[in-house]
Structures are given as C-alpha cells and as structure tokens.
Design a binder for this molecule. Structure first.
Ligand SMILES: Nc1nc2c(ncn2[C@@H]2O[C@H](COP(=O)(O)OP(=O)(O)OP(=O)(O)O)[C@@H](O)[C@H]2O)c(=O)[nH]1
Ligand SMILES: [Mg+2]
Ligand SMILES: [Zn+2]
Length: 351
C-alpha cells in the first residue's frame, strides 16, 4: 500500500498530519477504551490493542495515557501495542471528582464540543456556562445544542434568555434529536476531517442524536425519570463513530460532576471583569460600596443575579483548582518554584 493510500485512509478518521510514523509502525485512532484494552480504527478496520508497558507506570500522569480521540503509533503483535501518543491538537478535560487533583481527559483532537441540554427539566443556563468554561481551555469551538424541541412550545423565550447570557456569536441550535431533518443543522460541524464530541447530562439525548446522525440505532438509549428529567446513565463508555457526512463524533456517558481544572480563563465572563473595573474603588467587594458598577448593573437588570452568582462560583473554583494544580506541579518539580501551565518559563526554572 502506498503512503498516499494510507494517508487518504487516515483522513477518513480525522487525521490532519502529513508524516507517517517510522517503518514498522502503524497509525490508528483510539475509538474506545475499556478495562481490558483499547479499540482502535485505522480508517479501514476496527481492532483491539494494548498499551505498551511505559503507559502503565504509576508515576505517569494519567493524562499522558492514550485517550479517546488520540492518534497513536502501534507496533504489530498479538495483540498490537500502542507505543506512542501523537501530539494532541486539542484536549477537552475536567478535574476528577474527589479530593485528589487529577485531570481527566474527555476527548482529544476534536474541533467542536457539542454541549447538549434537554429543553425539559434538564435546562440550566448555569450548567451550560460551566461546560463552556471547560471548553475554553480545550482549543475546540463550543456549540450549544438544545434537544427535545418537540416537547414544548415556549422555546423562543428560553432561547432569548440563553442568547442574552452567552457571549455573542456562540452558536446555539434547538433540535429534535429524533428527527433527521432537524439535526441536519449540525452537518456543517461534521464534515470530512472534522471531529466533534457530545457532552451533557445523562438523559439529555446524546445517544439519540448520535443514532439519528448515524442513521442506525447503534448506541443504546434510555428513558428519563418523569419527575426530574434525569437519565439513568445508559451510555457507559466514550465511543468515536464515523458518520455518513464524513466527520467523526464522540458520544460520551452523562457526567455527574464537572469540576474545573484550574486552567480555564473564564473569557465567557469578560464583560463582568470589564464592569468590575469601573467600580469607584479598585478593591471593591461589589457589596454595598458606593460607586459599585456591578451593583448598579444588577439593580438595572443589565446583569442577572443568577449569572453573577454563577460567575463568582466558577471564579472561586477556578482559583482553588489553579492553586492545587500549582502545588501539585511544584511537588512534581521537587519543590522548585512552579511555572503556570500556560505561562512563560522563567530562565531559573529551566532544567
Ligand atoms: N421527544 C424527544 N425525546 C428525546 C430527544 N432526544 C432524546 N430524547 C429521549 O430522551 C431519553 C434519553 O436519551 P438518550 O439519548 O439515552 O440520552 P443520553 O444523553 O445518551 O444519556 P446517557 O447515555 O445516560 O448519558 C430517551 O428516552 C430519548 O428517546 C428529542 O429531541 N425529543
Ligand atoms: Mg447515551
Ligand atoms: Zn464593585
């Protein structure tokens, strides 16, 4: 098989590179990860693989292990072994729930993060803002999707509220995830070479939408509870699927907790930062200080109380996670001063 043929095949699963790995190694994409190993696809075939020993070392940051969406180099064998993860174009991650700080990868090498919320009891603008904050650090574009359009008729008002809250220009689409004609608005994000990941609570309709885009009932779906619209965690693992439109889509299990990693910049709330700079006192606590621009905006209704509260919550969480992350990096560096993950390195920190 010629290199051109191999590259053409890899393009089908979203590969953007141009240099194939060294002789004897093959390239494939991680489409699923199970306890027993990985499922890979090379553009033509689906096959199983195991991680090489160095990925299993306890000292290794779990974020460096192969994850769904990765392009990996494999060496033949029975089973084949993943020996290297290619540099990631984009990474969507969250912090693991619990005490210990750990970054968990949701998906890699994706162009779009499709944030799906049901227009039933699942609808919650603060949660959408949380997803968008996590997306900011990923390098991928967020797209806000509202499913179950067919279940209510006051959607225009909800859409207007959301448009008023999210940064101008954020794409928002309301869809019926069961209706092919309705989900066709997503095709521009799912063209050959594109990769997208679907995220949202259990029961939001991620697998229903995935099946409609696929044209087959590939993923299991489950009814939500009547009283609170919550799902039953039907999907249990992330799966990357090739769509008839040529793009790749990653369906994910509904997430119970979405903790920030500390690497977000909260650009989503840049307007609030700008507002706070107009307060009379530089150290304004935005309480009852005279000349507080934030209080004035809250009083006039220009800033909603709910959005302000969500901003404070996300900002505090981001700060706390950022200092935990910094302490962790400092420990890893043997007590030397830590550099910010995205910051510039000082010369004294160089190894
Ligand atoms: N009426 C209507 N029902 C929908 C729509 N989208 C999903 N549903 C229903 O919502 C329920 C949950 O859908 P799923 O696709 O299983 O939800 P999920 O997001 O994959 O949930 P998890 O896998 O648990 O994370 C199912 O009963 C679907 O039939 C929609 O657009 N309209
Ligand atoms: Mg599902
Ligand atoms: Zn103020």
């Amino acid at each position: 098989m010629t290199d051109a043929h191999i590259i053409e095949r890899l393009r089908r699963i979203g590969w953007r590179g141009d240099a194939l790995p060294a002789e004897g190694r093959q390239l494939a994409r991680v489409v699923a990860q199970h306890r027993a190993g990985y499922e890979l696809h090379d553009g033509e075939h689906l096959f199983g693989a195991q991680p090489a020993g160095h990925f299993l070392k306890r000292s290794l940051d779990p974020a460096e292990r192969p994850a769904v969406g990765d392009f990996v180099e494999i060496e033949p064998g029975k089973p084949p072994h993943i020996v290297k993860v290619q540099a990631r174009r984009t990474v969507l991650s969250r912090a693991a729930a619990g005490e210990r700080y750990e970054r968990q990868i949701i998906a890699t090498n994706i162009d779009y993060v499709l944030v799906l919320t049901g227009l039933d009891g699942d609808f919650n603008p603060s949660r959408i803002e949380r997803y968008l904050s996590l997306t900011e650090g990923s390098g991928a574009q967020p797209v806000v999707l509202l499913s179950k359009l067919d279940t209510r008729d006051d959607v225009d008002a909800l859409l207007a509220t959301l448009r008023g809250r999210l940064p101008p220009g954020t794409p928002i689409h309301a869809i019926n995830g069961k209706e092919p004609a309705s989900v066709a608005v997503l095709l521009p994000y799912l063209q050959p070479g594109d990769s997208a990941v679907l995220v949202g609570s259990s029961g939001a309709g991620k697998s229903t939408l995935t099946n409609t885009l696929l044209g087959t009932e590939r993923m299991a779906t489950g009814a939500v509870r009547n009283h609170d619209s919550r799902g039953r965690h039907t999907t249990t693992y992330r799966a990357l699927l090739q769509l008839p439109s040529g793009g790749c889509l990653i369906d994910t299990p509904g997430m119970r907790e979405l903790k920030l990693t500390g690497e977000e910049n909260l650009d989503l709330f840049a307007d609030i930062d700008a507002l706070a700079e107009q307060c009379r006192f530089a150290d304004c606590g935005h309480g009852s200080e005279p000349g507080c621009a934030v209080q004035a905006a809250l009083d006039s209704g220009e800033l909603s109380a709910e959005r302000w509260r969500n901003y404070l919550k996300l900002r505090d969480e981001r700060e706390e996670q950022a200092s935990t992350l910094e302490a962790k990096l400092r420990r890893q560096r043997g007590g030397r001063p830590a550099t910010k993950p995205h910051g510039h390195r000082h010369s004294r920190d160089r190894e």
